[in-house]
Design a protein around this ligand. Structure first.
Ligand SMILES: [Zn+2]
Length: 62
């Protein structure tokens, strides 16, 4: 765990525990090695917290 990792977590930028990354048929999903939340890959080296189905409010455009 690093203080830099935690700082990025605050901004919804997470780092996966690479051993735990899986392809679910649609996205790469894993768990943040800093804060242990479920995360999903947005783009290369950019991961964000998974939004549970039916709670897409974090998905606003922009
Ligand atoms: Zn995190």
């Amino acid at each position: 765990m690093s203080i830099f990792g935690l700082a990025t977590c605050v901004f919804n930028r997470h780092d996966p525990d690479r051993k735990e990354v899986k392809w679910n048929g649609h996205d790469y999903v894993g768990e943040c090695r800093h804060c242990n939340v479920p995360i999903v890959r947005v783009s290369r080296r950019h991961w964000r917290k998974q939004v549970p189905k039916g709670q897409a409010s974090d998905n606003a455009p922009g």
